[in-house]
Design a protein around this ligand. Structure first.
Ligand SMILES: [Zn+2]
Ligand SMILES: [Zn+2]
Length: 269
């Protein structure tokens, strides 16, 4: 079996939001504590693949006691998915080859500009030595086709609209991951449905519609069409109290959809 762990189930601010006095942000329920969005895949082929480098990454990978990373996938270049990039650095210590970081062409360009000391290191250090603690040995790999083999594992990637750009969603075997997006086009819904998913992790920001994210009714509509065995709501904001949301789902007689809890793992074939 393969394992997916939710490293963080929160929206870009995390929950609680700094300075917010709302009931959810002030709640003592650990299930309302949401770090920024990242997941970890541990495959049956013994590969460990990180999806997104949230600003909370160090805390998250200490919690999972992750020893090595074989690859990183970045879904898009927004801060809540990339600003933990430097926390990947210890996993590159002692590597002879750079750690591959897979993303689309736009995010590859953007990450090169945001992190020149990592992704333009040959240029920056061409005429001066690297001194001190060293820099992360990582290389960007641009995803151009739907089907990609990453460390021997087959992934199918899809670009979904998110704000002014796109965000990558994917399925790996019977896991689907649909993160930050405004909508999921019909053809992509079909690809996810055809994958006959054990687990679908899917964007669900809040109860009411949003310009760049899915909201509860739209997320549930997509889950219904994709028909995974289990669906897990993620990228959640402070509108969602865990217990209230579970009650909402129960009152609608929905039995296979759960709000994510940070640190929770699911197995998939
Ligand atoms: Zn996000
Ligand atoms: Zn709040």
């Amino acid at each position: 079996m393969n394992k997916i762990t939710i490293l963080g189930s929160g929206t870009s601010t995390g929950v609680p939001i700094l300075g917010c006095k709302c009931r959810v942000c002030q709640s003592n329920d650990q299930r309302n504590k949401r770090l920024r969005s990242s997941i970890l895949l541990e495959t049956s082929g013994a590969k460990t693949i990180l999806v997104d480098a949230s600003p909370d990454l160090r805390t998250q990978l200490l919690t999972t006691k992750t020893q090595t990373l074989d690859a990183v996938i970045i879904t898009h270049d927004h801060a809540d998915h990339t600003h933990g990039m430097d926390d990947v650095r210890p996993y590159t210590f002692g590597r002879s080859e750079p750690l591959p970081v897979f993303t689309d062409a736009h995010s590859s360009e953007s990450l090169t500009q945001k992190f020149p000391y990592i992704f333009q290191r040959d240029k920056i250090y061409a005429h001066k030595p690297i001194i001190g603690g060293g820099i992360p040995l990582m290389d960007l790999k641009v995803i151009e086709e739907e089907k990609n083999i990453i460390e021997g594992e087959e992934f199918h990637f899809y670009s979904l609209p998110h704000g002014h750009g796109d965000s990558l969603s994917f399925h790996h075997k019977k896991l689907g991951y649909i993160i930050d997006c405004r909508e999921v086009p019909e053809t992509i819904i079909k690809s996810f449905r055809d994958a006959q998913l054990d687990v679908l992790i899917i964007d669900c920001l809040r109860y009411t519609p949003h310009q760049t994210h899915l909201h509860l009714d739209l997320t549930l509509n997509y889950i219904n069409q994709i028909a995974p065995k289990t669906a897990v709501l993620t990228h959640m904001g402070h509108d969602f109290d865990y217990v209230d949301l579970i009650s909402q789902l129960c009152s609608r007689n929905i039995k296979n959809v759960f709000p994510a809890i940070d640190g929770q793992s699911f197995l998939y074939s």
